[in-house]
Each structure stands twice: as structure tokens, then as C-alpha cells.
Design a protein around this ligand. Structure first.
Ligand code: F6R
Length: 610
């Protein structure tokens, strides 16, 4: 997830671009840059790190010009570095890009064979080369961009500036967001509304498969086949605070609702629906190494630990490899029996959690192969690992992890399917069926969020003064019960416990009385009947029972006070959906209590201390 901005008009554009980038910094902040036409040529300024480094460079260079583009980067291809920062300038063409070009390897090979000198590791530079080659072949900028787009597969929001036609920008969109702002004698573009809001409230939203030519007088939108699109601007009446959070009250709520998009980005280029297979993943293993894996250790902390617990279930069930999940701080220093033949999967949103880092280093020193599943490109854990398999959730601002949890689950399930297939435990048909079902996740998550939001808010309001809350689940729902309890504890400060439902009778059942809400995860899976039994036991002890169940489950409806329904899916996919109402429950309880949802007391987003 990156942020892009563009301006064409009568004003000096450097301050406008920087201001837009500041408002987009939440989308990525590992490097930033601008490209501005100075009357003769395009000047590019780029800086690694936070935006203030670019601001300093702009302050020193003082680029003048009234047409320009800007970018704040969240690395997906290539480490954060100046050469990988956008804009990418090739010949007379400068490009900024948000998204992932799936056919980048084929494009790179083709362009290199044709003699292009490619400087960076990014997919975006390849787009600049493509457009430049069409410009040099005599096409105008619009035609050159259109021709290049026909050769791209994947997600993009692009803004393109050419020194040959400096009075316009060409923008295009597929799967990544792009908004056009219409001013008085000036036209803007940006990744989202907040970037443009101080300048105009008249906005046009580009749709997938569309491009536009922006000039001072406005925007002309066409489809890729050249047909003209007429679209009325919309007036946006958001306040500045609403704008920063895209209209949501808190970053956490925004991130909860971003999960379908984050899932789409994470699955893109990895699931191959045509072949019905998982592509070779960036996990540092080939098929023979997959066959040689003796045992898997999953190491993580907090929410990532709950994802790792679910990962153990995926790996054992599908790939039939013995898997152990460990709290990283417990694993390190206890001389664990780990070494050659073992695959250690270190799961960490930040990629910087010290306990996970040290535990993974110890395992590596003993001869194990280490695979990092992380969200922050180039962070410490992926750097020390043998393979880095990134989630593409984009920056997570809320301290309580939501979208990174579900995308971690996706990466873990993809690793499990890949291992299972390469080790001969999943045949082609079973692999295809799993790939097909996983590809539906963004859509299923969107449906679940929309259909449960109001109901869960009502339930949370009713129980928001409960002092203790229990979460129960079995099998893949057990880690989700733990995660539901952790979310509630950390943002609402309510005491909550997650239990394996089968453990109830061994102690926790003593806690239950009429004042205790019990959230029971009982999707239709192999554990369903037994979990329903636990639900009835809780009900018999007068608990307030809230069931998270498969849609149409009348038995669960009859024995619970409240029923939250999720779509019917195969067992491996239930955690992706059952966790959504639990995130919402925690959020609404905290919001009713008025706690600091995005920055709960005593917590930090990245834990680099022991
Ligand atoms: C809870 C939460 C934390 C983190 C934990 C590990 O919502 O976010 O429990 O999961 O601190 O952090 P990472 O994943 O960055 O290693």
C-alpha cells in the first residue's frame, strides 16, 4: 500500500504535493519522492525514511514548477532504498504507482532482453520503461500509457508525467484506489480523499479499468478501449479528522473494514486460479526442500501467536508435518531441540519484535531454516530469515492488530497448501478447490463485516459493563477465542479469557454466572456437536450466551441469547470469518466505554524490548 498524488495547474506544486503526501503517510512511510517539470525537464527528488527527509531535500533543492507527481512508499518489490523509491524516471517519463504488477518477472526479462537498463528492484520502473518505449515509438502520452496498460496484469493506481507534454498528467486505475480532484483552473489526483480535501471537495472516483487525462481545465476519463466515460463529480463534506480516518471514528475500525482489501492484496499473484494451484511462494524453499522438512516450529508473540496457533492447525491438517507453536519469549533461552531439517516460521506484523527475532536467530544458529511472515518489508526478522513471505496489509496504525492478523492467517494457509501439495498430501483437485475457496475470502469477509456490524454493536452495548467475559472455541476456533479475549482486554480493559471449549469442565466453568457473557465460536465443523454441548452447559448455568455460528444454524439459535451468523465455508476458512465479529465486539465495547481505542494504555505497536 503506497500513496500517490499529482497536480496540474497554475500554482507551485511542490508544497501541494508534500502536503498531500503528509496526509497519505499512513499508507506507507519507508521512502518518498516527487517529480516536477521545471519548464525544461523533469526533476526528481527522492529520500529514504519518513517524509520529513523528503521535505528537507525539497527545502534545499526548491524545485519550481506547476505540474508534478509525488509518492510515499510502502515497499512491496525491493527493499526501502533511494533507488527503489518512486517516482521512477525513464527517458522523458516519470511514474508513481500504488499496487503490485503480477507479471513483473516476465516484463523485466523482456525489457532487459530488449536492452533496457533497469536500475531498481521495483515493478514500477518496468511500467516507466514500457511507457517510455511507446513514447519513443512516437505515441502521445495518453496513447503510450494505454498501450502499456494492455501489457500489465495486477493492481495499479498510476500517475504519469512526461516532459514532452508537461501540461497534463495521465492517471490509471485497476484494483488500487485513485481519486481525481477538480479545482478552479487546477486538477489533482490522489490515493484517497484526505490528500485532496484541503484543495477541493469536488471529486471524481476512477473505476477499475479506467484512465484519465488531467489538465488545468479538468479531467477526461476513458476506458482502456478508448470509450469516453461521463461521470459527475461528487461533493465531499467530510471534516479533516474524519478524512484522516477515511470517515471512520478510529483507525482500528477503519482497519477492520480494510480487511477485504488487505486480503485481496495478500492473495494477489500467489493464488493461481487458472492453474488451480499456489504459485511458488517467496519462502526460500523449493519442492525438494519442502519434502525434506521434518518438523515445523511456529514462533510469535501476542496476536501473531494466535495466528501461528491457527497456522499449526493448517500445517498439520493439510501438510501432515508435525508442527509446534511457541510463544517466542518462552522458546528462546530454554535450549529447545531444534536444528537441521526443521522449518521455523517466525510470524510478526512489525518484523521487529525482539523476542521473536532472538528466538528465530537461535533456531537459525542451530541449523534450522527460518521463514519470516511479516508485514513490514525489510524489517529485522525478514532480513535475518532464509525466506520472507510478506503480508500485504499496508501499515497498521491501530495498536490492536486486526488486518495483519487475518492476512497472517492467509499466508500461513498458503504455506500449508504449498507444503501439502509439494509433499504429495494434496492432489491437484483438492489443491484447486482450496485455491478457489481462498480466492472468495475477500468477498466473504466483506459480506460478514457488513451483515454483522450493527448486530454486534447492539450486543456490545448491552454487555459493555460486564466485568468478565469468556470466549470458547475448539480446533481452529480455539486460537480465535484467545484472540477475541486479547482484543477485548487490550482496548476495553475488561477482563476476558479464551478457553478451549473442552477445558470448561476442568475449572473455568466455575466462573460462569448470570453476569458473565460467554461468546461461543461454534461454526459447523468437525467439533460442532461438542461445542454446542458446551454452549448448552453455559446456558444452563445462566450465562449470557452469544453464539458465532454458521448461517441458518437453528440449533445454535435456540440455545443462545444472541446469534451472530457467518457464511458457510470449509473448516480451514472459518477463522478468517469468526474473528471479524470478535474484533467488532472488542471495538464497540471499548468505544462505548470511551477508552483510547487506537492507543490503549501501557501498549506499544512495536515491542523491541524483552
Ligand atoms: C495485539 C497485538 C500484539 C502483537 C504482538 C506481536 O493486538 O498487536 O499482541 O501481536 O506485540 O507483534 P508483532 O506481530 O509485530 O511481532
Amino acid at each position: 500500500m503506497c500513496g500517490i498524488v499529482g497536480y496540474v495547474g497554475g500554482a507551485e506544486c511542490a508544497p501541494i504535493l508534500l502536503d498531500g503526501l503528509r496526509r497519505l503517510e499512513y499508507r506507507g512511510y519507508d521512502s518518498a519522492g516527487t517529480a516536477i517539470f521545471d519548464g525544461q525537464r523533469i526533476g526528481v527528488l527522492r529520500a529514504v525514511g519518513k517524509l520529513r527527509n523528503l521535505e528537507k531535500a525539497v527545502d534545499e533543492a526548491k524545485p519550481a514548477g506547476t505540474t508534478g507527481i509525488g509518492h510515499t512508499r510502502w515497499a512491496t518489490h525491493g527493499r526501502p532504498s533511494e533507488v527503489n523509491a518512486h517516482p521512477h524516471l525513464v527517458g522523458d517519463v516519470a511514474v508513481v504507482h500504488n499496487g503490485i504488477i503480477e507479471n513483473h518477472l516476465a516484463l523485466r526479462a523482456r525489457l532487459s532482453a530488449a536492452g533496457a537498463t533497469i536500475q531498481s528492484d521495483t515493478d514500477t520502473e518496468l511500467v516507466a520503461h514500457l511507457i517510455d518505449s511507446h513514447v519513443r515509438a512516437g505515441e502521445g502520452l495518453e496513447g503510450a500509457v494505454r498501450a502499456a496498460l494492455r501489457e500489465l496484469h495486477g493492481a495499479y493506481a498510476l500517475a504519469v508525467l512526461s516532459a514532452r507534454e508537461p501540461e497534463r498528467l495521465v492517471v490509471a486505475k485497476n484494483a488500487s484506489p485513485l481519486v481525481i480532484g477538480l479545482g478552479d483552473g487546477e486538477t489533482y489526483c490522489g490515493s484517497d480523499i484526505p490528500a485532496l480535501l484541503p484543495y477541493t471537495r469536488d471529486m471524481v472516483f476512477l473505476e477499475d479499468g479506467e484512465m484519465a487525462v488531467l489538465e488545468r481545465g479538468g479531467a477526461r476519463i476513458t476506458r482502456l478501449d478508448g470509450t469516453l466515460v461521463e461521470r459527475e463529480p461528487r461533493y465531499i463534506d467530510w471534516s479533516p479528522v474524519m478524512a484522516e480516518k477515511a470517515g471512520f471514528k478510529h483507525f482500528m475500525l477503519k482497519e477492520i473494514f480494510e480487511q477485504p482489501r488487505a486480503m485481496e492484496d495478500t492473495l494477489r499473484g500467489r493464488l493461481d486460479r487458472e492453474r488451480g494451484d499456489i504459485n511458488e511462494l517467496e519462502i526460500g524453499l523449493d519442492a525438494s526442500a519442502a519434502a525434506a522438512v521434518r518438523r515445523v516450529y511456529l514462533l510469535a508473540c501476542g496476536t501473531s501467536y494466535h495466528a501461528a496457533m491457527t497456522g499449526r492447525y493448517f500445517i498439520e491438517r493439510l501438510a501432515r508435518v508435525p508442527a509446534t507453536v511457541e510463544i517466542a519469549s518462552e522458546f528462546r533461552g530454554r535450549s529447545p531441540v531444534v536444528g537441521e531439517g526443521d522449518l521455523v516460521i517466525a510470524v510478526s506484523q512489525s518484523g521487529e519484535t525482539l523476542d521473536t527475532l532472538v528466538a528465530a536467530k537461535e533456531a537459525k544458529a542451530n541449523g534450522a531454516k527460518v521463514l519470516a511472515i511479516a508485514n513490514v518489508i525489510g524489517s529485522a526478522i525478514p532480513r535475518m530469515a532464509d525466506g520472507a513471505f510478506y503480508t500485504h496489509a499496508g501499515p497498521e496504525i491501530g495498536v490492536a492488530s486486526t488486518k495483519c492478523f487475518t492476512t497472517q492467517l492467509a499466508n500461513l494457509l498458503m504455506v500449508a497448501i504449498w507444503l501439502a501439495n509439494r509433499r504429495g498430501h494434496l492432489d491437484a483437485d483438492a489443491t484447486r478447490a482450496l485455491v478457489e475457496d481462498m480466492a472468495r475470502l475477500p468477498h466473504l469477509m466483506r459480506d460478514t463485516l457488513m451483515s454483522t456490524r450493527q448486530l454486534v454493536a447492539n450486543i456490545a452495548k448491552r454487555y459493555n459493563d460486564a466485568r468478565d467475559v469468556l470466549f470458547l472455541g475448539r480446533g481452529p476456533s480455539f486460537p480465535i477465542a484467545l484472540e477475541g479475549a486479547l482484543k477485548l482486554k487490550e482496548i476495553s480493559y475488561v477482563h476476558a479469557e479464551g478457553y478451549a471449549a473442552g477445558e470448561m469442565k476442568h475449572g473455568p466453568i466455575a466462573l460462569i454466572d448470570a453476569a458473565v457473557p460467554v461468546l461461543v465460536l461454534c461454526p459447523k465443523d468437525a467439533w460442532y456437536e461438542r461445542t454446542l454441548g458446551n454452549l448448552e452447559e453455559a446456558r444452563a448455568r445462566e450465562a449470557q450466551v452469544i453464539a458465532i455460528a454458521t448461517e441458518g444454524d437453528e440449533a445454535a439459535r435456540n440455545v443462545s441469547h444472541d446469534l451472530v451468523e457467518i457464511p458457510s465455508v470449509r473448516e480451514e476458512l472459518t477463522p478468517f470469518l469468526t474473528v471479524l465479529p470478535l474484533q467488532l465486539y472488542a471495538y464497540y465495547v471499548a468505544d462505548f466505554k470511551g477508552t483510547d481505542v487506537d492507543q490503549p494504555r501501557n501498549l506499544a505497536k512495536t515491542v523491541t524490548v524483552e
